[in-house]
Write a protein that binds this ligand. Structure first.
Ligand code: GDP
Ligand code: IMO
Ligand code: MG
Length: 423
């Protein structure tokens, strides 16, 4: 079975882009299955940093075909911008990018409503990319899909109906200026021209590739703890980053999945609001942020930082079915005297067994830590697992024991060559 799923096991920004780029060497297809331009996946090649929001992170390997699945919500402006940036860099897209005809579009009113809602309702701390309102329309069955662009009459009719409704909401509820249908239609015409060549039945393409034995990576965005069903609701995104989302978001069967790889940062970060049991708001958090360069790849916001949380990560391993782990950003811990791992949660003085996804319970729990000695030497130039310091081995062994899952890859820097494979 040819499909491997790469999933973020925390609250996003685990380094999925780097790991997907690394694994892309040996695959034929990389397919994004959910989220939108809220994602920011960084790939570093030599001294160049590339941040991808919609296009899969396999795009830097010329032999790889990249697919944007039906589960993704596509902002035409963000996609055109990304295509242009890659084309300007000389990275060939033609014939290598496929976009599902069933993917939904993010319209200007989605972004506007996202921003306005953040100012007037309980603040989730969204990226403002229109994600929630676009998925809302999808599930309300009023969304506009990529395929609608191919039929101008249907498209304009749907767009008009949507804008009429959104204008009422904007005017009557939020007292905000109304949107212009003609302006948005014209903008979409440009998009239509640019992306028509990429539109396809992506599910059929992928299922045919599966039958032919092609190797496929399914790239998740965000992380399991931001999953709308299984994450720390309501402080989540509006899609299913968990592995189950790969099947629905690409139109492929569960029987095609061969393995699920969880990307786990060696510590934890979170952007936006919501509970974060191991957050360090003191100089430890500041050091992690500074050394790790923990600022959002999409919004530039400082990421909240804290120690690795084995309880939430173990939960993530369970709901995703993660079989192997890629640990990233280990080098960020190089100069710490000690490193903590959260091994359990206490709620009202008693240990609790399961991970409480309910935000108010999670806010109230007390993390219990195990402290390990740091290694106090640079790992960023090390290329084999045995050559890593003894205390790194202790840290990785502790992670494997606490998570009940093998670590197969250790990343010690953002570059491609800073990736260590482990048996
Ligand atoms: P993603 O959203 O999961 O793809 O992760 P992001 O790209 O948003 O954030 C990860 C950041 O860490 C990026 O700036 C990467 O270049 C960087 N990065 C990835 N792996 C490593 C690593 O092992 N060490 C260091 N120092 N940086 C890394
Ligand atoms: P990648 O793929 C980290 C967070 C936002 C906010 C919440 C909801 O780069 O790991 P949304 O705009 O999705 O409605 O925001 O989810 N969030 C992310 N945090 N990495 C991401 O993507 C994220 N995408 C959304 O900060 O808390
Ligand atoms: Mg990111």
């Amino acid at each position: 079975m040819p499909v491997k799923i790469i999933v973020g096991a925390q609250w996003g920004d685990e380094g999925k882009g780097k790991i997907v780029d690394h694994l892309s060497k040996n695959v034929d297809i990389v397919a994004r299955y959910q989220g939108g331009a809220n994602a920011g996946h960084t790939v570093v090649i030599g001294n160049n940093h590339y941040v991808l929001h919609l296009i899969p992170s396999g795009i830097f390997h010329p032999h790889v075909t990249c697919v944007i699945g039906n589960g993704v919500v596509i902002d035409p402006i963000a996609l055109m911008d990304e295509i242009k940036q890659l084309t300007d860099l000389g990275i060939g897209i033609h014939g290598r990018l496929l976009i599902s005809h069933n993917a939904h579009l993010i319209m200007p009113y989605h972004k506007l409503l996202d921003t306005i809602r953040e100012q007037t309702s309980e603040k989730i701390g969204t990226t403002g990319r229109g994600i929630g309102p676009a998925y809302n329309d999808k599930f309300l069955r009023v969304g506009i899909r990529i395929a609608d662009l191919l039929n101008r009459e249907v498209f304009v009719q749907k767009l008009k109906r949507n804008i009429e409704e959104k204008n009422q909401i904007l005017k009557k509820i939020y007292g905000s200026p109304e949107l212009d249908v003609d302006k948005i239609t014209t903008e979409c015409e440009e998009f239509d021209k640019q992306i028509a060549e990429y539109i396809t039945d992506a599910s059929l393409y992928l299922n045919t590739a599966i039958k032919e034995g092609k190797q496929i990576l399914a790239e998740g965005a965000q992380g399991a703890l931001l999953d709308v069903d299984h994450g720390t609701y309501p402080f989540v995104t509006s899609s299913n980053p968990t592995s189950g989302g790969a099947c629905t978001g690409l139109g492929i069967p569960p029987t095609s999945i061969s393995s699920i790889i969880g990307v786990v940062k060696a510590y934890t970060t979170r952007v936006g609001n919501g509970p974060f049991p191991t957050e360090q708001t003191d100089e430890i958090g500041d050091r992690l942020r500074t050394i790790g360069g923990e600022y959002g790849a999409t919004t530039g916001r400082p990421r909240r930082c804290g120690w690795l949380d084995a309880v939430s990560t173990r939960y993530s391993i369970m709901i995703n079915g993660i079989q192997e782990i890629a640990i990233t950003k280990l080098d960020v811990l190089d100069q710490f005297d000690y490193i903590k791992i959260c091994t359990g949660y206490k709620f009202k003085g008693k240990f609790i067994k399961s991970f409480p996804t309910d935000a108010s319970t999670l806010e109230a729990i007390e993390p219990v830590y195990e402290t390990l000695k740091g290694w106090k030497e640079s790992t960023s130039g090390i290329t084999s697992y045995p050559a890593l310091p003894k205390n790194v081995h202790h840290y990785i062994e502790a992670i494997e024991a606490l998570l009940g899952t093998k670590v197969r890859m250790v990343s010690v820097g953002a570059r491609r060559d800073q990736t260590i494979l482990k048996d």
